[in-house]
Design a protein. Sequence first.
Length: 142
Amino acid sequence: MNRYRRGAKDPLNNLLNLGYEVLRRRVHVAVVSAHLDPYLGYLHSTRMYHPALVYDMPEPWRTISEEFILNYNENLSAESFVKHGDRSFLKRDEQIRFTNALDNIIDNKRIPYNRRGNSKTTRIRTAIKEEPKKLATYLRHN
């Protein structure tokens, strides 16, 4: 299977794109809350209308999102999708269930995390909020 970022034709690639958008939405809010410029990244190139930092920051949580998507995909049928031209998208009600389920994982799943010098577990949502703050503190003090 080829991975298409834009114009994905198969359902799984479109699910991956939707899952990454859910993550990026959370990261974008956290980046702006930390008073960082979302367009100045360090992994992705800087381009107009492309928030590079927002694309950089979710990398540590992509595998969690991908695991959820692969499991979620196993429970979908052809009736869960609608065709637009040669592309398949989740039907609206299924999109809502999907994004709510992924948001629930982000809000509640605990992961190992070093927060304020203490190694422990924390929720993904907390890690997403903390990482831009850590980056902002580093940039302001170095």
